[in-house]
Ligand binder design. Sequence first.
Ligand SMILES: C[S@@+](CC[C@H](N)C(=O)[O-])C[C@H]1O[C@@H](n2cnc3c(N)ncnc32)[C@H](O)[C@@H]1O
Length: 300
Amino acid sequence: MTDAENTGFSADWLRQREPFDLAARSPSLTLGFRDALRPPAPAALRIIDLASGSGANFRALAPLLENDQEWRLVDHDPLLLAAQRSEITRWASGRGWHCHDHEGGLAIHAGPARWLVRGQQLDLARDLEDIDLASCDGLVTTAFLDLVSAVWLDRLSALLARTPRPLLASLTVDGRRAWFPARPADQLIADAFLSHQGSDKGFGPSLGARATPYLAAKLAVAGYQVSTQASDWHIGQKHSDMLLKMAQEAAAVAAETDPSCKPAVSSWLADRSTDIHRGLLSLDIGHLDLLAVPHFHVFR
Ligand SMILES: C[S@@+](CC[C@H](N)C(=O)[O-])C[C@H]1O[C@@H](n2cnc3c(N)ncnc32)[C@H](O)[C@@H]1O
C-alpha cells in the first residue's frame, strides 16, 4: 500500500519511510517555524499535526522546538492512532527518555522538557472545520497535502485566514522522480505515476504535485509570508528494500493506469529488480516543504 495508490497507510510503511523523511526535511524552514511560534510564556507550545499517522512529525519536530510542548495528533485511521503510543514509546526509550500516561495522553520526559501527546480521531475530509486553530500556537502536517484537492486546500486556507497561525507542511511530493542510471521506459512509468496522483483519495481529485504551489498562492493572498524548499528523498543503492518497494509500486500504478502497457512495465520492473540486486540503482523523489507565517508574526 502506498501514498499514491489509496488512502490506507500501514504503520509498517510509515516506519519504513520515516528515516528518509527525516533526512529530507528542510532544516531552515523547521527553524523558521520554531522561531515563528509564540507560546504564551511560560506555557507549553501547543501544536496540531494534521494526518499524523503514527506520529513521525512529532518525533521529527519535538526535539527541535526546545520547549515544553502539547501535541494533538489528528488522523482518521484508528489503527494508526493506536500505533502512536507504541511508536513514540519505542522512540523515546531509545533516547533514554521516560514516558507515562497523563491526562488522557502520553507524557514524555525528554531531559528538562516535558511533552504531552494526545491523539484525536477525525475525518479531515469531512470535518476539517472542527479543528480549533485558536487552541494551538502552530499547525503542522507531513506527507499529506498531495492527497488532497484544491477545494480542500481552499477550506484549509480559509481556516488559516480566520485564525492566523504558522504552518509547516513538510514532504509534499512535487512530481520529480529520477532513477539512476536512467532507462528509456522510466518516462512511461513516470507519466503513469503522475496521472494516477490526480485520483480521489477521499478529498476530491488530488492536486498531487501541484498542492504546494496552490497552497502557497492561497496563503500569500490570505496575508502569509510563504517560503518553500526542496526536501527530496535520496534512496541510495544500499537501501534495496526501499528501492524494491518504490519500483514495485511504480510498476503497479503504471499497469493499473494503462493496462495496455503491462508488458513494457513488467520488463521495466525485471530490469530494475536486477539493478537493485546488483547494487546499481538509486532513486531521488522530489518533495517540497512549505512554511507559512502570518504577517503580524515577528521572528524572534
Ligand atoms: C502518507 S501518510 C503520512 C502520515 C504521517 N504524517 C507521516 O508522515 O508518517 C498520510 C496520512 O493521512 C491520513 N489520512 C488520509 N485521509 C485522511 C482523512 N480523511 N482524515 C484524516 N487523516 C487522513 C492517513 O491515515 C495517513 O496517516
